[in-house]
Write a protein that binds this ligand. Structure first.
Ligand code: HEC
Ligand code: HEC
Length: 271
């Protein structure tokens, strides 16, 4: 009698262990596949657990990082987090420097709501020769409508081998008051072998602790890679190269190639 009870108890325990063990088996792989975000955050994350992103080793030579001490303090043990699928924002084609027109941008720049297309920030080269201007919103390339960056690239592919294409834009009259919009079409020409197609770019890489300088736009990693960056700092676009060392003589004579910016020693090393 007693031994039968003991056997029964042992049987129940064994059965429970098996069931729990099984469950564990089933649960474990799920938990790694449903929480990619978690594995990105955990420093011990195995790279294979992360289908949407590449964790790249960063090469940061001690003392070489831009900004010196400040950067060293910000260095994080996390690898760079580069999502596979990033929204694109910028495109470059034939001297056009364009970005996606968004509601937020329309509001900031006083375009009417609902304008869709690619806003040209800057035009140079053939784009400038064609008569395009910064501020124009590209809405059509030949017969292909353009409402976003992907359209823009696809439309440029259609004309890549041609030597000219019609570009339709919305141009805003910048006189004060309610903006007046005009639609106009210019002809873009490329003399030397084809117009080629646009190259796209995403938002810049940000540091894990960066505050956002813009309104809420969704999960940061929809648009930004996160990490120490592959960017050259300071940004060469801004020509904010570090001020060179100047001589004591230049200071006493007040010789400066630039406008008055304040006391020389605030920015320059003086030898
Ligand atoms: C829908 C896309 C999108 C989302 C989501 C987004 N950003 Fe941005 N962010 C951008 C773009 C595009 C820029 C480039 C300048 C601009 O448009 O304001 C930018 C600029 C920045 C910059 C300046 C970077 C530089 O080098 O100039 C920082 C910092 C930043 N974002 C942080 C964040 C943070 C933090 C989040 C999440 C809370 C976030 N962003 C979410 C698109 C996005
Ligand atoms: C707020 C920062 C700032 C201040 C203050 C400042 N400079 Fe400069 N200076 C710069 C930067 C940045 C450059 C690099 C070129 C540029 O951006 O114009 C520069 C370049 C120079 C150069 C050219 C050096 C070279 O080798 O090319 C001279 C000379 C110079 N500054 C003199 C002065 C003098 C003299 C003063 C004080 C009266 C002064 N600066 C104050 C930021 C500053």
């Amino acid at each position: 009698m007693n031994s039968k009870l003991v056997l029964l108890a042992v049987g129940i325990v064994v059965a429970l262990v098996l069931i729990i063990g099984r469950r564990g088996d089933v649960v474990a792989p799920q938990s790694t596949s449903v929480s990619p975000q978690m594995s990105a955050v955990a420093p011990v994350a195995a790279p294979i657990a992360f289908p949407q992103a590449t964790n790249m080793a960063m090469v940061v030579e001690p003392g070489m990082s831009a900004g010196g001490g400040a950067m060293a303090a910000l260095e994080s043990p996390l690898p760079n987090f580069v999502p596979r699928k990033l929204k694109v924002f910028e495109g470059h084609w034939q001297g056009m420097d364009g970005r996606l027109m968004t509601e937020e941008l329309a509001r900031k720049l006083n375009y009417p709501r609902g304008v869709q297309g690619v806003l040209l920030g800057e035009v140079t080269l053939n784009a400038a020769f064609s008569g395009l201007l910064g501020g124009d919103v590209v809405v059509r390339i030949d017969d292909t409508p353009v409402t976003n960056m992907e359209d823009f690239q696809a439309a440029t592919r259609n004309v890549a081998n041609r030597s000219e294409a019609r570009i339709s834009v919305i141009r805003k009259d910048n006189r004060p008051g309610t903006p007046v919009l005009r639609k106009l079409t210019v002809v873009l020409r490329e003399a030397e072998g084809g117009l080629g197609f646009a190259q796209l770019e995403g938002a810049p890489m940000i540091l894990p602790g960066d505050p956002r300088p813009h309104g809420y736009r969704g999960a940061c990693t929809d648009c930004h890679p996160v990490g120490q960056g592959f960017e050259l700092a300071p940004d060469p676009d801004l020509i904010s190269l570090p001020p060179p060392a100047i001589t004591r003589d230049a200071v006493t004579r007040g010789v400066s190639p630039h406008e008055i910016r304040g006391p020389c020693e605030a920015c320059h090393v003086i030898n």
